[in-house]
Write a protein that binds this ligand. Structure first.
Ligand SMILES: Cc1ncc(C[n+]2csc(CCOP(=O)(O)OP(=O)(O)O)c2C)c(N)n1
Ligand SMILES: [Mg+2]
Length: 695
């Protein structure tokens, strides 16, 4: 496809002479000279030998995986050279070895990761090779899911504009990955706001074994993105350094001037199998593999160097040898460096400490104040924190302007803090969380809203594989603290898709804090704390309580911060402990009040991660009996985890089975008799308490 289509975009006259040839003279506009071209050639060779060396290390059992960039070097180096490392930002993909080298990573840096050494700058040996990262260079430590990087890059670019800088953000992938929905979300957001993002799509015709025909409408990413107004598009021969460099300079220049994002569709060749685990002879035609070899970007570069008399064959051979030696000695050095120590495997799952400490916490006396409803308490917390932290921003669907959120949690915030800090997102949950990642990485504190828990799932990949893992995978070099506020829960005739309880999915994710307040005062204190902590937080708001009198409370003032991991004993008792949270706190208190002869202790967990195990165990050791109550379905619910912990820690103290009350195992139905039957109610709790009391 390449040859004739490339001519659609590349302005040949700029870099070719009248005979259609590239010469040093015809390339004058690119500000290159002989020595500079030699440097580029050396970087290409280094990258190529790194591929070769990695496969040798693999065979020697010194590394366990490799994914090579052979055939992609020219396009990658071209874009990296057009950028400013350490000033601009980069979200490279796993095949971007040559990009990383040109951007400033050294063979030593990269081989430390290949050989899983603790000094690796990207992950300290935590990630498989091919996940580039370097804080000083502003290469954000990368992950493995294809395509999660696009929205993050858009978020970082959005932050660059908000910060008033002219930084540019690079993001890359293969052509196959553009089938992921997040690609289109990212292109849409970047194009809509003319953000400074360079999307380098390296098209090597295959996504592992899947061809372009099976992947992309019209078999061309360049064609596919035609409709995005504001997006600059280029189709380039990515095996030709000079063609690629010309386009890269133009695209980066436009981004820097605020003239919008660019998609560079680079037609490249994959000279190696997909990875060290793949054998492409199984699915590729040998003739095609041979044809691709003829387009090797290094051969093209060598031809140019010879033709222009910059190097002769002997000099080139010497440079090849030097590149090999450089890589070999870097590998020897990396091998001599220490491995991570086993006991550090849990390091950097969370921030090293809580910002809001339990020690010294004093419960404020707000008893004289006027009760506020839960949704207003949240609104006040957001306003106070926006005031407190100039880097905090609030966004989500319908949150801004006169609407102020479908539940009015963000009412009036745009008026007070401006559209720059409180704004609407497109209707795209992955976009909300993905951009928040990119904003957070550069120092913003995004406090985003997911309108309904039932619709958080498009963002699940970002939450589970990205937001919660960044600190760990980068060995503490990067983090993305943010707050994800989510309206959850039933009892509102909301049916299957406006009633879900979602906490158990998120308590299963290391690296993520999970908060679930039961009343307005706690909601305010916990949300303010969430905004100050350095870990990502899922903040669950029960929409059935937003305006209920029973969840209203006099709200403490603006200095009130409720530390994580402090359960509240809502009612003291001697016979049975109930461990609960959210809406069920109220149902439990009400049920317990109907039992004259049984003394019930009610614990409101307030945060599910961290979990205040001590308060639970102290109570169970006193009462000897325990009931766990939650609104979520029982099987696989969070109650199972609490039950397991209790039976482990308090086995000797138990005088009965650890019981659970929760919803029946089905979706939440709409019609009131069905909803009432399915969700747990006061009678269920009462019956369980009586049963346990009699045990
Ligand atoms: C979300 C996700 N799905 C599947 C994979 C497995 N996987 C890794 S690379 C890849 C193919 C990607 O092809 P392409 O985007 O064309 O990039 P290339 O490897 O060809 O450079 C697949 C399916 C993954 N890492 N992440
Ligand atoms: Mg591909």
């Amino acid at each position: 496809m390449a040859a004739q289509k490339n001519k659609l975009v590349v302005q040949e006259s700029d870099i070719k002479n009248k005979d259609g040839e590239q010469t040093l003279k015809s390339l004058k506009g690119l500000e290159l000279d002989g020595p500079k071209v030699i440097e580029i050639y050396k970087t290409m060779l280094t990258s190529r030998y790194m591929d070769d060396k990695s496969m040798i290390l693999l065979r020697q059992g010194k590394a366990f995986f490799h994914i090579g960039g052979s055939g992609h070097e020219a396009a990658q180096i071209a874009v990296a050279r057009a950028m400013k490392p350490g000033y601009d930002w980069a979200y490279p993909y796993y095949r971007d070895l040559a990009f990383a080298l040109q951007y400033g990573s050294t063979p030593k840096d990269i081989l430390l990761e290949t050989m899983h050494r603790v000094e690796g700058k990207s992950s300290g040996g935590r990630q498989m090779p091919g996940h580039y990262g370097d804080k000083d260079l502003r290469i954000v430590a990368q992950s493995s899911p294809t395509g999660t990087q696009y929205l993050q890059a858009v978020g970082t670019a959005l932050g660059a504009v908000k910060d008033g800088t002219d930084e540019v953000v690079y993001v890359s992938s293969g052509e196959g990955t553009t089938s992921e929905g997040e690609f289109h979300e990212a292109i849409n957001w970047a194009s809509r706001e003319l953000l400074p993002v360079i999307f380098l799509i390296q098209d090597n015709k295959y996504a592992i074994s899947v061809t372009r025909r099976e992947q992309t409408a019209g078999e061309s990413v360049y064609e596919m993105v035609k409709g995005y107004k504001g997006l600059n598009r280029y189709l380039v021969d990515g095996t030709d350094f000079f063609e690629s460099y010309q386009i890269a300079r133009e695209a980066v220049g436009k981004a820097r001037k605020g003239e919008g994002p660019s998609l560079i569709h680079a037609d490249v060749v994959r000279l190696l199998p997909h990875s060290s685990s793949d054998d492409h002879k199984k699915y590729r035609d040998p003739a095609e593999i041979e044809a691709d070899k003829k387009r090797d970007p290094i051969l093209k570069m060598e031809k140019f160097l010879l033709k222009e008399g910059i190097l002769d064959e002997k000099q080139m051979e010497k440079i090849r040898e030097e590149a090999k030696t450089l890589v070999d000695s870097a590998a020897d050095w990396a091998e001599s460096r220490p491995l991570p120590e086993a006991h550090t495997s849990q390091l950097n799952v969370y921030a090293p400490e809580f910002m809001v400490k339990k020690e010294g916490y004093e419960k404020p006396d707000a008893s004289g104040g006027k009760p506020v409803v839960l949704v207003d308490a949240i609104n006040h917390a957001l306003a106070e924190e926006l005031e407190h932290n100039p880097n905090m921003i609030v966004y989500g669907e319908d949150v801004a302007g006169k609407k102020g959120g479908v539940f009015t949690a963000t009412k009036g915030l745009t008026d007070k803090f401006g559209w720059d800090r409180v704004f609407n997102s497109p209707l795209a949950e992955a976009s909300i969380v993905g951009t928040a990642f990119g904003l957070s990485v550069r120092g913003f504190k995004p406090v985003v809203e997911i309108q309904f828990g039932d619709y958080i799932w498009p963002a699940f990949m970002q939450i589970r594989d990205e937001v919660s893992m960044l600190r760990y995978r980068s060995n503490g070099n990067f983090s993305c603290p943010m707050v994800i506020r989510v309206a959850v829960g039933g009892y509102i005739r909301g049916g299957l898709y406006h009633s879900q309880s979602i906490e158990s999915f998120f308590t299963h994710i290391p690296g993520l804090r999970v908060v679930f307040p039961s009343n307005a005062a706690d909601a305010k204190g916990l949300l303010k704390t969430s905004c100050r902590e350095n870990d990502p937080v899922i903040f669950l708001e029960h929409k059935g309580m937003y305006r209920q009198g029973f969840a209203a409370a006099p709200a403490p003032g603006k200095d009130y911060l409720l530390p994580f991991g402090m359960a509240a004993v809502k009612q003291e008792g001697d016979d049975i402990t109930v461990v609960t949270y959210g809406m069920m706190v109220h149902r439990t208190l009400s049920a317990a009040s109907k039992l004259d002869d049984v003394s019930v202790e009610v614990i409101d967990l307030r945060t599910l991660n961290p979990l205040d195990e001590e308060t639970i165990y102290n109570s169970v050791r006193k009462t000897g009996k325990v009931l766990i109550v939650h609104e979520d379905t029982v099987f696989g619910g969070f109650g199972g985890e609490i039950a397991a912990l209790i039976s482990d820690a308090c086995f000797q103290n138990l005088d009965g089975p650890v019981r659970r009350v929760g919803a029946k195992d089905s979706p939440v139905p709409y019609s009131p008799p069905l909803e009432q039957d399915m969700l747990p109610n006061e009678t269920d709790i009462l019956n369980a308490l009586r049963d346990l009391a009699d045990f």
